[in-house]
Design a protein around this ligand. Structure first.
Ligand SMILES: NC(=O)c1ccc[n+]([C@@H]2O[C@H](COP(=O)([O-])OP(=O)(O)OC[C@H]3O[C@@H](n4cnc5c(N)ncnc54)[C@H](O)[C@@H]3O)[C@@H](O)[C@H]2O)c1
Length: 429
């Protein structure tokens, strides 16, 4: 790649920031990474990768000489004009996005007509306009602002950076929007060049739509259970319609993660703050909350009281190929099971460390077989390939009972039954 690529700064080196930084370094930019987490910065400087994301370690290693890590902005401000902001925007108690980290970044940037903020963090529509107003009031109106929302998925983030479905750039004219478009040009992705508020809304609306699709198929699954239909067959039949498409039509125990729950809530609150009642999203959220608890009903139906019963959870992360535990369905499940008196053993290939910080009172097993040993029931919570490939006859032999709840409809029911287990999917015959 050419050495003439624009140098950039990335503020916040989490899942989005680190992948974005490494991705742009791979495309040839010098990248100054800034994070307030000093321990994380030290690890990055030492060549360690603080998160689990397939392909990221290799990408960082390959581009190490172009990447600089610091806890302060000084070097970044000197070297780069484009300051990508990728700090967290977690939910507040009210459901609105907490923009305090974004404000901290804005406050730390001095008056400048040379720099632009490029917002990668997911923020409510209207944030760019609000920040521009604040910066204007503080005599820093010359700082440019670009909304460039991120659509990468944990677990395939590196691939998603390199092959995005689209790049969205929202600005109000000026050099910075063009510079961001140039940075992404080698990826040859469809470009949506628009205004700031629309770019912000593309992100929220996309996540809300995907979450709606999941809650929709989950409700269909629940109706299938009442009517004798099989949701896997139904979803296959629906998904072949290219107006619908097969993705996000897998019924299961609901969505989690650091984005969908908070972004759906944030859009609902954003609408509510403007006086609009977003009824559909209220239902999407409620369906998702209830869906996580339906597994408990299935366990009760087969086992009666769960007091003293041993339940094995296979998978803890909110989805496969990540160690992210934010809003993972396993958190709700383990809390509900413990409240009902069950003993829980759990195994996850990579998320144990994160889970230990969030869950207490459960046994962390060293392997899937250790987790299922003497279990009355096994629940597949996260569809890691390792679980799909398990020797289920071996699992059946290690268990005390014979109930398998496939919380992701990821297993072949015939294989499970052939192993001597009782298969319970979500919305399956
Ligand atoms: N994780 C995803 O899959 C994903 C996908 C698309 C968009 N997003 C959005 O991107 C943003 C970041 O998400 P994430 O998952 O990477 O978060 P994260 O929590 O993994 O990382 C955020 C990082 O920002 C750092 N930080 C906080 N305040 C800072 C400050 N003032 N200065 C410098 N660094 C600071 C934190 O220490 C942390 O390392 C969020 O708005 C999120 O909604 C996330």
């Amino acid at each position: 790649m050419s050495a003439a690529r624009e140098p950039i700064a990335v503020i916040g080196t989490g899942y989005v920031g680190l992948v974005t930084a490494a991705g742009f370094a791979e495309l040839g930019s010098e990248v100054w990474c800034v994070d307030i987490d000093a321990a994380k910065v030290e690890r990055l400087k030492a060549g360690e990768v603080p998160i689990y994301e397939p392909g990221l370690e290799e990408l960082l290693a390959r581009n190490r000489e172009r990447m600089h890590f610091s806890t302060t902005l000084d070097g970044a401000l000197e070297a780069a004009r484009l300051l990508f902001v990728a700090v967290g925007t977690p939910p507040t108690y009210s459901g609105d996005a907490d923009l305090s980290a974004v404000h901290a970044v804005v406050d730390a940037i001095p008056a400048s007509d040379r720099h632009a903020l490029v917002m990668k963090s997911t923020v409510p529509a209207g944030t760019g306009a609000a920040l521009a107003r604040v910066m204007g009031e503080r005599g820093r109106g010359a700082l440019q602002y670009v909304s460039c929302p991120e659509f990468l998925k944990e677990g395939s983030a590196v691939k998603d950076f390199m092959h995005p479905d689209r790049v969205v750039v929202g600005d109000s004219g000026g050099w910075a929007g063009d510079a961001v478009v140039d940075l992404y040009a080698p990826l040859q992705a469809p470009l949506v060049r628009t205004d700031v508020a629309s770019a912000e809304m593309v992100k929220l609306a996309s996540n809300a739509f995907l979450a709606t699709k999941i809650s929709f198929i989950n409700e269909i699954a629940n109706v299938c259970e009442e009517t004798g239909a099989d949701v896997v067959e139904v979803a296959r039949g629906m998904g072949l319609d290219d107006r619908i498409g097969p993705k996000f039509l897998q019924a299961g125990i609901g969505f989690g993660g650091s984005c969908f729950p908070k972004d759906v809530d944030a859009l609902k609150q954003l609408a509510g703050n403007s006086g609009y009642h977003f009824q559909l999203l209220t239902a999407v959220i409620e369906v998702n909350d209830l869906q996580k608890r339906r597994v408990i009903n299935k366990l009760h139906r087969h086992l009666g009281s769960l007091a003293g019963r041993r339940v094995a959870l296979l998978g803890l992360a909110f989805k496969p190929n990540t160690d992210d535990m934010r809003e993972a369905s396993s958190l709700v499940l383990s809390a509900r099971l413990q409240a009902d008196g069950a003993q829980i053993a759990a195994f996850d290939p990579v998320a144990e460390e994160q889970a230990r910080a969030l869950v207490s009172g459960i046994e962390f097993a060293a392997s899937p077989l250790d987790a299922v040993r003497d279990a009355d029931a096994v629940v597949l919570v996260t569809e890691w390939q390792q679980f799909i490939d398990l020797d289920w006859a071996e699992v059946a032999a290690a268990m005390r009972g014979n109930l398998l709840v496939d919380g992701r409809n990821a297993l072949d029911s015939d294989t499970i039954r052939a192993a001597g287990l009782l298969y319970e999917g979500i919305g399956r015959r």
